[in-house]
Design a protein around this ligand. Structure first.
Ligand code: AP5
Length: 217
């Protein structure tokens, strides 16, 4: 299998650091980083029909319907010429089955599935201090990874924002949805022998070392 056709799937609860670690892995290895949450937020920002539909679900911490998500990911797989880091998909069993189908159809291979493990307390702490750049999607944290200059993006100087779904009541809902709908996906990949687990607690650098460790096993 060509390296260009490999997919690294990132799983884990909201705020576990999938975006932080996935972006770094992609940058250092020349892979393409794709987060379904970022694609949806862009659609919301541009007020496209997809964005208008997705916003109602996202603001409540609910998942966007499977049929909509499959179409978005298939488009990425059809166009990408680079190996993919896929963050945020699949997060239901039907999505995992759909991904298997698309992988076959477009000649890709699921290379590894990495699960980031973090306690609920740390999740809430991290998410309430998260800020993101709405322009380049860079991720910051007012406690653990603050921007150099007030609340401006280090990369493009755009004012940083807090995500609408990082409010405490929505975070709680997202966690409940994760436990109900995404935990079965973990068992699915464990049964296929693809799952690698990473302890997501500790500094981003330490977590990245663990990620590199499991990827080289
Ligand atoms: P999405 O954007 O995918 O959100 P999520 O999975 O809930 O994950 P997050 O982006 O919140 O967290 P992360 O793990 O990437 O953490 P990060 O690196 O940012 O989805 C949003 C919504 O879109 C969903 O609720 C749903 O409605 C919809 N959606 C998306 N995909 C869908 C799908 N497939 N099907 C249906 N609906 C879908 O880190 C978090 C914070 O912690 C940051 O501030 C970071 O700086 C900090 N941090 C990271 N690592 C560390 C560390 N080691 N120590 C201290 N701080 C750290």
């Amino acid at each position: 299998m060509l390296e260009a056709k490999r997919i690294l799937v990132l799983l884990g609860p909201p705020g576990a650091g999938k975006g932080t670690q996935g972006q770094r892995w992609a940058e250092e290895h020349g892979w393409r980083y794709t987060a379904t949450g970022d694609l949806l937020r862009q659609a919301v920002q541009n007020q496209t029909p997809l964005g208008l539909q997705a916003k109602a679900y996202m603001d409540k911490g609910l998942l966007v319907p499977d049929e909509v998500m499959g179409g978005i990911v298939e488009e990425v797989m059809r166009r990408s010429q680079q190996p993919l880091v896929l963050d945020g998909y699949p997060r239901t069993l039907p999505q995992a089955q759909k991904l298997d189908e698309m992988v076959k159809r477009w000649g890709w291979e699921i290379f590894a599935v990495v699960l980031f493990v973090l306690s609920d307390e740390e999740i809430v702490e991290r998410l309430s201090a998260r800020r993101i750049c709405p322009n380049c999607q860079a991720i910051y944290n007012l406690r653990s990874a603050p921007p150099k200059n007030d609340e401006l993006c280090d990369e493009c100087e755009t004012p940083l924002i807090q995500r609408d779904d990082d409010k405490p009541e929505v975070i709680r809902k997202r966690l409940a949805v994760y436990k109900e709908q995404t935990l079965p996906v973990i068992d699915y990949y464990r049964a296929e022998g693809l799952l690698k687990e990473v302890n997501a607690s500790g500094a981003p650098e330490e977590v990245y070392e663990r990620l590199k460790g499991v990827m080289s096993e």
